[in-house]
Design a protein around this ligand. Structure first.
Ligand code: COA
Length: 330
C-alpha cells in the first residue's frame, strides 16, 4: 500500500531583537571580529532577553508558520519542539508552547533532544506519524535559548552561538513523491564528550563546586567536532542521495546546519557543488542549534530561493554526536 506524502504547508521563524556583534564581544572577552569571521563566518548573533524564553520564541515562530500555511492552532494535533534548552527540565517545552499558542489538549506534545540535528529528527518523526494516518497536522519547531548555557568567559565557544526559533507546519498530501521524500538519521554516541554539559543531569546533579567550576555550561572540543561534523554531514548527504538515486548536482538548494561557514564550505567541496547552491545565514545568527535549519529554511523560502518542483537537501550534525539529512521535493 502506498503511504501518503507529507508536505511542508508553511514556515516561520523568529529572532530576538537584541543583536550582539563581534565588535560587542571584543569588548567583553579577548577576541576580535577578524578572528571570529575567519574561523566561523559569524558576524553577529541574536540574544534573547531575560523574559524571553525558548517557548516564547517557539510560539512566535509557530504563529508565523501557521499564518503562512493559512491554518490556526486548532488545526494542530501534533506538536514537537526540538530543543536542548527547554524553559524547564520538566515539563517539556512543547506543553508550554501548546498552552501559550492555544493548541488543543487532544494534541500530542513532546520535546525532541537531538541537539543541532533535532529539527531533522523532529521532522522525520512528525512525517512518520502523519503518514501513519493517526495525525493530521503537525507543528515542528526548533527553538533555542543557548545564551544561558554558554560560558561567556570561554572565548572559543561563546562566540559561536546565538538564540532563535524556526517552525514548519506539516500535513498529508495525496500527490505522490512530494514533500519529505527521504531521511537518514544517525549518531556517534561514543563521541558524546566532544560537545556536552558535564554536570547538572541526574547522574551528577549540580553542586556549589560544579557551578563554581562552570561545569553546567556547554563544553566543546572544537577541532575534533569540526572534523567529525564534516565527515558526518558529508556521509549523511551522500547516503541519502544514493538511496534516492540522485546526484548532488540535482539538488537545487542545500540547507545545512549553520554552525560554521568553513564546515559548510568543506561540505560544498566534498559534494563538488558551488557555494551558491548552499543557503547561508550563519553570519547573522551564529549557531542556533535545533533552530538553525528551520530558521534558514524559512528565510530561503521567503526570499524566493525555493520554487515548486525544487529539491532541497537538509543536513545537520550536533551534540551526541547526532547527524541527519532530509530530502524535500517542493
Ligand atoms: N578569539 C581569539 N582567539 C581565540 C578565540 C577567540 N574567540 N578562541 C580561541 N582562540 C585562540 C586559541 O586560544 C588558540 O590560541 P593558541 O594557538 O595560542 O593556543 C587559537 O585561537 C587557535 O585556536 P584553534 O582552536 O586552533 O582554532 P580553530 O581554527 O580550530 O577554530 C573553532 C576554533 C572552535 C572555531 C573551530 O574548531 C570550530 O568551528 N569547530 C567546530 C565547532 C562547532 O561547529 N560546534 C558546534 C557543533 S553543533
Amino acid at each position: 500500500m502506498a503511504t501518503q506524502s507529507t508536505v511542508i504547508l508553511g514556515t516561520g521563524s523568529f529572532a530576538p531583537e537584541r543583536v550582539l556583534t563581534n565588535a560587542d564581544l571584543s569588548k567583553l572577552i579577548d577576541t576580535s571580529d577578524e578572528w571570529i569571521r575567519t574561523r566561523s563566518g559569524i558576524r553577529e548573533r541574536h540574544i534573547a532577553g531575560d523574559h524571553e524564553s525558548t517557548s516564547d520564541m517557539a510560539v512566535r515562530a509557530a504563529k508565523a508558520a501557521l499564518d503562512d500555511a493559512g491554518l490556526t492552532p486548532a488545526d494542530i494535533d501534533l506538536l514537537i519542539v526540538a530543543t536542548i534548552t527547554p524553559d524547564l527540565v520538566l515539563p517539556a517545552a512543547a506543553c508550554l508552547v501548546q498552552d501559550k499558542l492555544g493548541v488543543s489538549t487532544h494534541a500530542a506534545c513532546f520535546d525532541m533532544n537531538a541537539a543541532c540535528s533535532g529539527f531533522i529528527y523532529g521532522l522525520d518523526t512528525a512525517c512518520a506519524m502523519i503518514s501513519s494516518g493517526r495525525y493530521r497536522k503537525a507543528l515542528v519547531i526548533g527553538a533555542e535559548k543557548l545564551s544561558p548555557i554558554v560560558d561567556w568567559k570561554e572565548r572559543t565557544t561563546c562566540v559561536l552561538f546565538g538564540d532563535g526559533a524556526g517552525a514548519v507546519v506539516v500535513g498529508a498530501s495525496d500527490e505522490p513523491n512530494i514533500g519529505l521524500i527521504g531521511t537518514k538519521l544517525g549518531a556517534y554516541g561514543d563521541s558524546a564528550e566532544l560537545l556536552w554539559i558535564p554536570k547538572g543531569g541526574s547522574d551528577s546533579p549540580a553542586t556549589t563546586e560544579s557551578i563554581a567550576a562552570g561545569e553546567h555550561f556547554m563544553k566543546m572540543k572544537g577541532k575534533e567536532v569540526f572534523k567529525l561534523a564534516v565527515r558526518a554531514m558529508d556521509e549523511a548527504a551522500r547516503d541519502i542521495l544514493e538511496q534516492h538515486g540522485l546526484s548532488a548536482d540535482q539538488i537545487d538548494l542545500v540547507i545545512p546546519h549553520q554552525a560554521n561557514l568553513r564546515i559548510i564550505e568543506a561540505i560544498a567541496k566534498y559534494l563538488e557543488l558551488p557555494m551558491d547552491r548552499f543557503f547561508v545565514n550563519v553570519d547573522r545568527y551564529g549557531n542556533t542549534s535545533a533552530a538553525s535549519i528551520p530558521l534558514a529554511l524559512d528565510e530561503a523560502k521567503k526570499s524566493g530561493r525555493i520554487k515548486p518542483g525544487d529539491i532541497s537537501l537538509l543536513v545537520a550534525f550536533g551534540a551526541g554526536l547526532t547527524y541527519g539529512s532530509a530530502l524535500i521535493r517542493w
